[in-house]
Design a protein. Structure first.
Length: 240
C-alpha cells in the first residue's frame, strides 16, 4: 500500500443551532491512500458533505487534524487555503454550479484564469479536457443549452483542468437520470485512472459506490468500512 494522500485524525465538526450546538461527528479518523477511489455512503444528514468539505478545505473542522499530501490544511491561512483548493483539489457537486453567462469552454478555463494562467494556455488545456469528456462539439454552448449530463461533464472537466491530485465528488449523479448517471460513473472511473487521482465520492448510489476500491459508511458520527462485497457488514475503522 502506498502512503496516505489524505489523513484525518480526531476530526470533529459542530455547528451552532440557536442556543445549542449540533455535533455532526467527533473523533473521526480517516486514511485514503494515493491512487485510491473511496466511496462514502450513509443517510441524509449524517455529515458526508461536511466531511468532504473539510477534507477539501471548503470548511474548517471544530477539532482534529487534516493532512492532504504535504498540506496541513486547518493551519493554512485563508489565502493559502484558497490557493491549495485551486491547485490541488478538484470538486464536483450534485448541481454543476456552472456560471450561466459563460460557455462550456469559458467555464472550464475559469480555474486556470483565476490561478493566473495565460488565456491561451488555459484555452488549450480546457479544449483538451473537454475533448476527453466528449464535449468537443459543445464548447460554445452555455449551461442553459446543455443537458444535465452534459453540464455535469463540463463540471468534471472544470474540476480536472488544473490537474489536481485529489478529486472530491459530492453526489455527482444525484440529479441525473439512471442512464446519464451510468455514463458519469464510467467517466469518473476513467479519469480517476488516467489522471492518476486520489478520489473520494459521496453517494447514495450503491452501484457507484461498488465501483470504488473501498466503501465507508458514515452514520451516527461513526465511520465504518464495508467488508467484502456489496451488502456485507461494516467494521469500525476509527483508531486504526
Amino acid at each position: 500500500m502506498t502512503r496516505p494522500m489524505i489523513e484525518a485524525r480526531g476530526l470533529a465538526k459542530t455547528y451552532a443551532s440557536g442556543p445549542r450546538a449540533v455535533r455532526v461527528f467527533e473523533d473521526l479518523d480517516l486514511e485514503v491512500f494515493e491512487g485510491e477511489m473511496v466511496g462514502i455512503v450513509g443517510p441524509s444528514g449524517a455529515g458526508k458533505s461536511s466531511l468532504l468539505h473539510i477534507l477539501g478545505g471548503l470548511d474548517r473542522p471544530t477539532a482534529g487534524s487534516v493532512r492532504v499530501a504535504e498540506f496541513d490544511t486547518p493551519s493554512l491561512g485563508d489565502v493559502e487555503l484558497a490557493r491549495f483548493r485551486n491547485t490541488k483539489i478538484g470538486f464536483i457537486f450534485q448541481f454543476h454550479h456552472l456560471l450561466p453567462e459563460f460557455t462550456a469552454l469559458e467555464n472550464t478555463m475559469m480555474p486556470l484564469l483565476v490561478g493566473g494562467a495565460r488565456k491561451r494556455d488555459a484555452r488549450e488545456r480546457a479544449l483538451a479536457i473537454l475533448e476527453r469528456t466528449g464535449l468537443a462539439d459543445r464548447l460554445d454552448h452555455r449551461p442553459g443549452e446543455l443537458s444535465g449530463g452534459e453540464a455535469q461533464r463540463v463540471a468534471l472537466a472544470r474540476a480536472l483542468v488544473h490537474s489536481p491530485r485529489v478529486l472530491l465528488a459530492d453526489e455527482p449523479t444525484g440529479n441525473l437520470d439512471h442512464r446519464t448517471g451510468e455514463s458519469i460513473h464510467a467517466m469518473l472511473q476513467s479519469v480517476h485512472a488516467s489522471e492518476v487521482l486520489t478520489s473520494i465520492i459521496v453517494t447514495h448510489n450503491e452501484r457507484l459506490a461498488a465501483l470504488c476500491d473501498r466503501v465507508l459508511h458514515l452514520e451516527d458520527g461513526r465511520l465504518l468500512e464495508r467488508e467484502g462485497t456489496a451488502g456485507s457488514s461494516y467494521t469500525n475503522i476509527e483508531g486504526r
